[in-house]
Design a protein around this ligand. Structure first.
Ligand code: SF4
Length: 219
């Protein structure tokens, strides 16, 4: 179990799944840079959180709920958690009956090819399960393009991916070592491309490699 002081942000798991170097630059070196994607994404999250909480068709909606898991060592804020009435869910303070949480994560763009969004959603669900002592089987990611939810099954495989990323984040954090860049197509949508300079770093490594070979041959 981790203590409150040791927790890492849930949002970092999505970065870690995207690029380990980006995660380390943001969470270990505090390098933050904004591009149009991150600005629009932040504005969408602020808008969602400003909508407040309420009840619709018997479902209680809570926005901006603070989350924590001491077993995973994570903390964060859920965009939206719907609490749906059920027979075997969580008991909520001040309310009668039982309620099953259904987390909804908001994303400005389209569904991605990788599982980064589902991983973030699943990590939120695991936090809710631990906080409320309740099982959560599903959640959803809302995509701005098209304006629609995609429901996600929180499968054992997805949960394993979350746990593996938590372990990796902890390894990197404790080793205090920022991974080298791995340039690729994904760099074009990275808000830290200017700071990371992946091509320059890659050229640097090639130059060092060739220089090393030449030194060995000269011996
Ligand atoms: S520019 Fe590429 S290698 Fe560098 S942090 Fe971003 S995604 Fe990672």
């Amino acid at each position: 179990m981790y203590s409150d002081e040791d927790l890492l942000p849930i949002s970092g798991l999505q970065r870690l799944a995207f690029c380990e170097r980006q995660w380390a630059l943001v969470h270990m070196e505090q390098e933050r840079s904004e591009n149009v994607l991150t600005i629009e994404g932040r504005q969408l999250h602020e808008f969602v959180h400003e909508q407040g909480s309420g009840v619709r068709s018997g479902v209680r909606m809570v926005r901006g709920l603070h989350l924590r898991s001491l077993s995973l060592g994570l903390y964060g804020v859920a965009d939206l958690v719907e609490f749906r009435p059920c027979d075997d869910g969580a008991v909520l303070p001040g309310l009668t009956g039982r309620w099953r949480p259904y987390p909804v994560e908001y994303k400005r763009g389209r569904k991605r090819l990788d599982q980064a969004d589902e991983i973030q959603l699943c990590a939120q669900a695991i936090c809710l399960e631990e906080m409320l002592n309740v099982a959560i089987a599903k959640g959803a990611v809302y995509y701005g393009q098209p304006k629609r939810r995609t429901e996600t099954d929180l499968t054992p495989e997805l949960r394993k991916s979350v746990m593996a990323l938590c372990r990796r984040a902890r390894e990197l954090y404790e080793a205090k070592q920022t991974p080298l860049p791995k340039p690729g197509k994904h760099c074009a949508s990275c808000s830290l491309e200017n700071i990371c300079t992946p091509e320059l770093a890659a050229k640097d490594r090639s130059t060092q490699y060739v220089a090393g070979l030449l030194r060995e041959l000269a011996q």
